[in-house]
Design a binder for this molecule. Structure first.
Ligand SMILES: *Cc1c(COP(=O)(O)O)cnc(C)c1O
Length: 366
């Protein structure tokens, strides 16, 4: 039996050809033509006007905060129902995170967002909004609130490359957006990220900071410090090949979701992650909650058929690391964490293989 992983890499077949070109040109590092091509392909697909290829999405979020001038004691609002990489940059900048819960969309609640702005003693500088598991948050409402309140919006689209709302791609609504090309995302360069913005100056400043903040002199001159965050040309070659199949990957991820949904329709206690009206998520992972059955029992049953599954993200406000952080939560994400599961969603799999997952779930659920 082939182990069914959550979201393993799925190469297009062109990657090695492009890597060979990199080797022939000897532009192994640091930069080279493929870094530009990769940025161009992300710009073309998402419709954003500026893109910067980086070593990770976490690096992109860090640069966004730095460029927006967010520093010590500034308040940054964030989705609590997310992965740590979404919010660790707030700590890098010694700013103060405030966590906001989800609503029935599983994504950030616009109501709790409004409440937090109203009740906080200081005005927040920015919001880091996650589009969870590749499904769009209520982006139109959230954009409107941020605009009205003068709060920068940074979209953590690490999981949602290819998702859209009314035809507009995730990551392009805010002041900054960030995509991840880490090993388990919908596309991968083995590790990498892309920072996007419609503000050219901000992306230029991000580029400067991502390459050690070198002043434009022949010798090494520094007025401020930067980071070593740029992507290598070898990995960008993988990215160019991966971008060519993004539409196909989204299509298959959505098929996998529909397959699970149909096959498990008779299991009444199961609720799948919804899709906000007018949006089209990439269904990076098929995720669901069980009303009665303990998810750990389901994980056990899936292990027996060699299928990987995981609990949903443990909300940030439940983490020891953030035990002293201020929160605006109502128990929604905590409940989902206790009841939820991510199912194997490999784009390479066949529906026949996925039947193993369906049958194992049916065997333990009522
Ligand atoms: C994966 C992920 C990140 C971090 O991406 P890296 O490229 O691994 O740094 C950030 N936020 C979310 C929501 C993620 O899923």
């Amino acid at each position: 039996m082939n182990r069914l992983f959550l979201s393993p890499p799925h190469m297009s077949g062109k990657e090695q050809e492009y890597i060979a070109e990199v080797f022939e040109s000897n532009y192994i590092a640091p930069l080279g033509a493929f870094v530009n091509k990769f940025e161009e392909s992300v710009k073309a697909y998402t419709g954003t006007s500026n893109a910067l290829a980086l070593s990770s999405a976490t690096a992109g979020l860090h640069l966004a905060l730095r460029v927006l001038g967010i520093g010590k004691d500034d308040v940054v609002l964030a989705s609590t129902f997310t992965f740590i990489g979404s919010v660790s940059s707030i700590l890098y900048q010694e700013a103060t995170p405030v966590f906001i819960d989800s609503d029935e969309s599983w994504n950030l609640s616009p109501e709790l967002l409004k409440k937090s702005i109203k009740e906080l003693a200081v005005k927040p500088k920015a919001l880091i909004l996650t589009h969870l598991y590749g499904q769009m948050a209520k982006i139109d409402e959230i954009v409107a609130i941020c605009k009205e309140e003068g709060i920068y919006l940074i979209e953590d689209a690490a999981e949602s490359l290819g998702a859209s709302y009314e035809g507009q791609q995730s990551g392009t609504f805010g002041d900054f957006g960030v995509y991840s090309f880490n090993g388990n995302k919908i596309l991968t360069t083995s590790g990498g990220g892309m920072l996007v913005s419609n503000n050219q100056e901000w992306i230029e400043k991000s580029m400067f900071l991502s390459t050690q903040a070198r002043e434009p002199f022949l010798h090494y001159e520094h007025k401020e410090y930067g980071y070593n965050y740029r992507m290598s040309n070898v990995l960008a070659a993988i990215g160019v090949a991966q971008m060519e199949v993004l539409s196909q990957r989204v299509e298959r991820k959505r098929e996998i979701f529909e397959f699970y949904k149909e096959q498990l329709a008779e299991v009444e206690e199961i609720l799948f992650m919804p899709e906000v009206e007018h949006s089209c998520g990439n269904r990076w992972l098929t995720t669901l909650t069980f009303e009665k059955t303990d998810p750990l029992k389901v994980i056990e049953a899936l292990e027996k058929v060699d299928a990987e599954s995981r609990p949903l993200w443990k909300p940030m406000h439940m983490q020891e690391l953030f035990k002293d952080s201020q929160t605006f939560v109502d128990g929604t994400s905590e409940e989902m964490f206790n009841r939820g599961l991510c199912l194997p969603s490999p784009t390479k799999s066949t529906n026949r293989e996925l039947m193993r997952v369906v049958e194992a779930i049916k065997s333990v659920c009522s």
